[in-house]
Ligand binder design. Structure first.
Ligand code: ZN
Length: 72
């Protein structure tokens, strides 16, 4: 079987080099040196640790929904 492509390989954890704004909630700040979730969507998207949990949960629920739909 050929290697399966990882379609979410741009999902990653980064350490902010400078202070950044959280894309999920603009009133959240990501401080320099702080770990955060990042991915690409026509430019880099930075999500703070606090918001990452719910953002990843929505993504994983969506993947599960597609998986179930396909298997029916
Ligand atoms: Zn946030």
């Amino acid at each position: 079987m050929p290697a399966v492509r990882n379609i979410v390989r741009d999902f990653r954890v980064e350490e902010a080099r400078a202070e950044r704004k959280c894309h999920a909630n603009s009133s959240d700040k990501i401080l320099a040196g702080e770990k955060h979730f990042a991915y690409d969507d026509s430019g880099r998207i930075n999500i703070c640790k606090k918001c990452a949990d719910s953002v990843l949960k929505v993504a994983s629920d969506h993947i599960e929904k597609v998986r179930i739909e396909l298997s029916r």
